[in-house]
Design a protein around this ligand. Structure first.
Ligand SMILES: [Zn+2]
Length: 446
């Protein structure tokens, strides 16, 4: 609580103003120190391979990179106008807060280049150390040098497997027209990896000869989960599948021709469940992007967590653990209701770079009061260019999440809802232990 006098003083002097004797820090200091010491598991991120300046840029950080869609608005905290990025650049590269923009750009570029040169393939590991992250899950098309186990674990993309027919009638907005061809290209890559030039003509053979072996290859290559980015392409309303209709649609168009939207949806709905079921059988969890954004033509209503309930209620999918990625923000109430299902989890990735700690704390307190074993840490660390490298985003996500956890758990402790030791337990669960359970990780200590 600030005294009225403090409100009138510049920040540097405010700390000298007399404080009421009852003033309490927003975060209990011992609890804050404990939370800062936890080596987290970041369950959703897009780390980059460190590449030499003359090598081709790393383009495998996402199946649906958004650089090909028309310009769109970013949440304010993701823009460099937000002071949190200056704090990240101070912590990682020693660039003082308040350095003017042009000088900051130069200093940052020099610091990043010398750091990457100095650390080489160990740069990604260094980035995790700065963020207090033990293990980062890398949502990437493929891994590569510098992103090795045990510090990095792979999460593969599977939307392409749901889209084996001509998608030309599916891309109906400037965004989706740019995105569908990327999925077609990825499916060609998956076929090529299996030694195939085209998909089989019948659906059963496609499932047996392409879907299952691709998932098995991903698992064998170390994938611990698969990810659907479907909300960028279509609503998440995966209906009860009609296998006869799906087989009919597939056979009709597998040699050519463009299915209607209704026909394609029937096939996708069927394949979504096949992919999810097989992933679970192989021991892989399924991540599903559920967030209000990104893209100028993005359909926020199509990304609502509630739309997933019919699929989550499919008893044949109960062997698969699902994670509602990005907490379904801002529809966190819908996400919360889904957490009652035994195989459904959520994470705070992207939320901890979009929201202030105070706002994220409100969500965490709401969720932790009801389903504390279902909430996971993630950052969605991505590469925002030279001024906003993924290592900065990882740091912002981690520090924001820890601060938010501190606020939420301190509040619960002071309101007599939980003990101090329970607060510590909950912090460890969110930052680490829940991930071990949801992703069935072996060989990691709690
Ligand atoms: Zn992501």
């Amino acid at each position: 609580m600030r005294s009225p006098l403090a409100l009138l003083l510049p920040l540097s002097l405010a700390s000298l103003a007399p404080r009421p004797a009852t003033a309490q820090a927003v975060v209990d200091s011992a609890l804050g120190a404990y939370i800062a010491s936890i080596r987290a598991i970041d369950t959703h991120a897009h780390p980059m391979r460190p590449v030499a300046t003359n090598a081709p840029a790393d383009s495998e950080y996402d199946a649906l990179p958004l650089d090909g869609i028309p310009p769109f608005g970013f949440p304010h905290r993701l823009t460099l106008d937000d002071p949190v990025w200056q704090r990240a650049q101070l912590a990682l590269y020693g660039i003082p807060i308040g350095t003017p923009d042009s000088a900051r750009k130069l200093a940052l570029a020099a610091a990043v280049t010398s750091n990457v040169t100095k650390r080489g393939l160990h740069f990604p590991e260094w980035a995790l150390d700065q963020a207090g992250v033990d293990v980062m899950f890398a949502n990437r098309v493929a891994m590569g040098p510098g992103l090795d186990t045990p510090r990095f674990r792979w999460i593969a993309f599977v939307d392409a497997l749901m889209l084996p027919l001509d998608t030309r009638a599916e891309g109906v907005t400037p965004d989706t027209r740019a995105l569908y061809p990327k999925e077609s290209a990825l499916l060609r890559r998956y076929l090529h990896d299996l030694g195939l030039t085209h998909a089989p003509r019948q659906l059963a053979e496609y499932v047996r000869g392409v879907v299952v072996p691709t998932l098995e290859r991903q698992r064998a290559a170390g994938a611990i989960a698969v990810k659907f980015e479907a909300a960028y392409l279509r609503p998440l309303d995966f209906a009860d599948p009609d296998s006869a209709l799906a087989a009919h649609v597939y056979a009709r168009y597998s040699a050519g021709g463009v299915p209607t939207h209704a026909e394609y949806k029937a096939l996708e709905d069927y394949l979504f469940r096949v992919i999810s079921r097989e992933a679970g059988r192989l021991g892989m969890a399924v991540q599903i992007h559920s967030l209000e954004t990104f893209g100028g033509y993005y359909r926020a209503a199509g990304a609502a967590p509630d739309l997933l309930e019919p699929a989550f209620n499919d008893s044949t999918l109960r062997g698969t653990n699902f994670v509602v990625i990005h907490g379904g923000w801002p529809l966190v109430d819908e996400t919360q209701a889904l957490l009652a299902k035994p195989n459904v989890y959520t994470d705070i990735s992207a939320m901890d770079i979009i929201l202030s700690p105070t706002e994220l704390a409100r969500v965490l307190r709401q969720w932790l009061g009801e389903f504390p074993d279902k909430v996971l840490y993630g950052s969605d660390a991505f590469d925002g260019g030279t001024d906003q490298g993924w290592e900065q985003v990882a740091w912002v996500g981690s520090t924001t999440a820890r601060r938010a956890l501190g606020i939420a758990l301190t509040g619960m402790m002071r309101d007599g809802e939980i003990s101090r030791s329970r607060a510590e337990t909950l912090a460890l669960m969110v930052l680490r232990e829940n991930a071990i359970k949801a992703y069935r990780l072996s060989g990691l200590s709690r």
